[in-house]
Design a protein around this ligand. Structure first.
Ligand SMILES: Cc1ncc(C[n+]2csc(CCOP(=O)(O)OP(=O)(O)O)c2C)c(N)n1
Ligand SMILES: [Mg+2]
Length: 625
């Protein structure tokens, strides 16, 4: 057996550069690059290995420097989501805070079922000279490290205490990254001393390896059970989730919907599964969905969930589907999701499953009156959206007008990126998606701070598309620093910075639960009331963005905003289009509910009133047993 002598980190880099993924006969680099921030934990290990690979051309793994470790995980997720989970990035971080900064990113990746490879550094395996700077000491055991915090948020987690452990860990990591049912964050913790240790590696470790991303077909008996239930349906509704898009099943979905006439609603991850103006498209479903999809959901006798995990937003906290006889048929690559709501489980790839289901449903078509009702509701709703897009709200524009302006300007293949605040809800309700990759809203973790970093990854994944990041002032304040990375790498983003002086979202939620918008505005502390309801703060986020190297366009009216967007689109530099909006401007109602418990006892009349409404709404909650 011929071997090559390399350090653990050098072997890791060489291995990662040789991995490929394949689906439908098309191969890709599985891990085309590595984000990182160096510290004493990785500068001489993984850092040296990346440098040596570059200088000696022994491995091709480009290094991208991020400005925050959480953000580099977000960027990797943005990248992997754009590439339909067939490719992702590695992320190297130093010991301690660099590594724990990745915990939030890892949770986001795992919850959204998006692959990302995390390489946190760890304390000395030999324990020579411990505690090393930033080491957590647990008096009960030296076998504890802060990287253990990554265990519950990783789908595979390992620590490489000896070089010989590396090959099996690497193979397990690649298997999980490329398994659509198991994927998420994968963590290989790398002790600082082990990274630099040399070992004689078998040549075979570095051969090109192709990881086949499967399209499992449904079991015939499961397919028959699903078809039996679906054929009995008089008012069926499809819920299209992210799995439809990741599996590139949008064409199969369109054909299935056209053949059967079943209306198609979508989730935050599934929006764009059908173009918004397709005759079968009825918009977003659930707490922030469209009233069209929600009206159909209320009556549906069979719900066909495809690639959805039925989050509380999708099910309106289990109030969306109110037909007492409602049954679920769930097509999902993960058995865990397929089994939800006591559904008929069809464990399969979304595309393979839809194609098989189309065959099994041959000849079935929904009643003409049902389709006509869906279309009537849809055309009424379109007028509501048109009005929200052109509200003419004064003196500050409404957020719905900003969304409308962007929707009308964005190119067919361009991408909008968002994650948290009041925008995901407004977007799910109002956005007219034309392309399956256009609507990039991270709503599994709804993580403030994903926007700019995730947008960076999305643009890196597909430089031919314009990427428009929508970010609220709250999210911007949490994580704007990747503007610097975008400038340094010349990865152009258009960032729409929506300033409404605080949390419009949680403010409205607070009011609805009787908490009077307490603590949701960015204001001076008022000496009279003792609350944060004083004057507006002298904060200038546009100036902040300019200081990070972006071009900045300050706009005040919708007309100025439209002109600014156009200029930003034509520019080849990262541009922030800044606009102030009215957080209290009206938004159409989704007719959906979200379960946020209101205190059962309170001295505040606002809370008591909200509690009464809460108890009434709670009675509509179903168990779907
Ligand atoms: C990291 C993180 N912390 C807290 C929250 C809870 N949260 C959801 S939206 C929101 C406010 C967002 O403010 P902003 O970005 O200005 O958007 P707006 O609500 O004003 O549209 C908060 C605090 C979250 N989603 N993510
Ligand atoms: Mg805000």
């Amino acid at each position: 057996m011929s071997t090559v002598r390399l350090t653990v980190a050098q072997a890791l880099v060489r291995f990662l550069a040789s991995q490929r993924s394949e689906r439908d006969g098309v191969e890709h680099r599985l891990i085309p690059g590595c984000f990182g921030i160096f510290g004493h934990g990785n500068v001489a290990g993984v850092g040296q290995a990346l440098l040596e690979a570059h200088v000696t051309k022994s491995a091709d793994l480009r290094y991208y420097m991020a400005r925050n470790e959480q953000a580099m995980v977000h960027a990797s997720v943005g990248f992997a989501r754009m590439r339909n989970r067939l490719q992702t990035f590695a992320c190297t971080a130093s010991i301690g805070p660099g590594s724990t900064n990745m915990v939030t990113g890892a949770a986001l990746a795992t919850i959204n079922r998006i692959p990302v490879l995390l390489l946190p550094s760890d304390f000395f395996a030999t324990r020579a000279g411990n505690p090393v700077l930033q080491e957590l000491e647990d008096p009960r055991s030296y076998d504890v490290s802060v990287n253990d915090a990554l265990k519950p948020v990783s789908r595979y987690w390992d620590r490489i205490n000896r070089p010989a452990q590396l090959p099996s860990a690497l193979l397990a990591a690649m298997r999980v990254l490329t398994d659509p049912a198991a994927t998420g964050a994968v963590t290989l913790a790398l002790p600082q001393d082990v990274q630099a240790e040399a070992y004689d590696w078998p040549d075979e470790l570095f051969r090109t390896r192709v990881w086949h991303v499967p399209r499992p077909a449904p079991e015939p008996a499961a397919l028959a059970r699903a078809a039996l239930v679906l054929r009995s349906a008089r008012k069926p509704l499809i819920v299209a989730g992210g799995g439809v898009i990741y599996a590139e099943a949008t064409g199969a979905l369109r054909r299935f919907a056209e053949a059967t006439g079943i209306p198609v609603s979508d989730t935050q991850a599934g929006k764009g599964s059908l173009p918004w103006d397709h005759p079968c498209a009825v918009g977003g479903v659930g707490a922030t969905g469209s009233p069209v999809a929600n009206a159909l959901a209320r009556e549906a006798d069979v719900v066909l969930g495809i690639g959805t995990r039925y989050s509380d937003f999708t099910s309106a906290s289990r109030t969306a589907f109110q037909n007492p006889d409602v049954r679920f048929v769930n097509l999902n690559v993960a058995a865990f999701d397929a089994a939800k709501n006591s559904g008929v489980c069809v464990v399969a790839d979304a595309r393979a499953g839809l194609e098989a289901l189309a065959g099994a449903m041959d000849g079935y078509r929904v009643d003409g009156a049902y389709s006509a009702r869906a279309q009537r509701l849809t055309s009424d709703w379109r007028q509501v959206v048109d009005r929200a897009y052109h509200l003419g709200h004064r003196p500050l524009p409404a957020q719905t007008e900003i969304i409308g302006a962007l929707n009308e300007l964005i190119g067919e293949r361009d991408v909008v990126v968002q994650a948290a605040g009041s925008m995901p809800g407004d977007l799910q309700m109002l956005w007219r998606a034309r392309d399956p990759k256009q609507y990039h809203v991270e709503y599994g973790y709804s993580c403030m701070g994903y926007e700019i970093a995730g947008g960076l990854g999305a643009k890196l994944a597909d430089p031919g598309r314009e990427v428009f990041v929508l970010v609220g002032d709250g999210s911007y304040l949490m994580m704007a620093q990747e503007i610097v990375t975008s400038v340094a790498e010349r990865i152009k983003l258009t960032i729409v910075l929506v300033q409404n002086q605080g949390f419009a979202s949680i403010g409205a939620l607070s009011e609805s639960v009787g908490s009077q918008r307490f603590g949701t505005r960015y204001r001076f502390r008022n000496q009279e009331t003792g609350l944060l309801d004083g004057d507006v703060l002298p904060v200038d986020l546009a100036a902040n963005a300019a200081s990070l190297g972006a071009d900045v366009l300050r706009t005040r009216t919708v007309a100025e905003f439209r002109a600014g967007l156009q200029m930003a689109k034509e520019s080849d530099r990262t541009t922030v289009v800044y606009v102030e909006t009215d957080p209290l401007a009206p938004v159409p109602s989704s007719q959906g509910w979200w379960d946020v418990p209101v205190p059962a006892v309170s001295a505040l009349p606002s809370t008591q009133k909200a509690r009464a409404e809460y108890e009434a709404a709670k009675r509509g909650q179903r168990t779907y047993l």
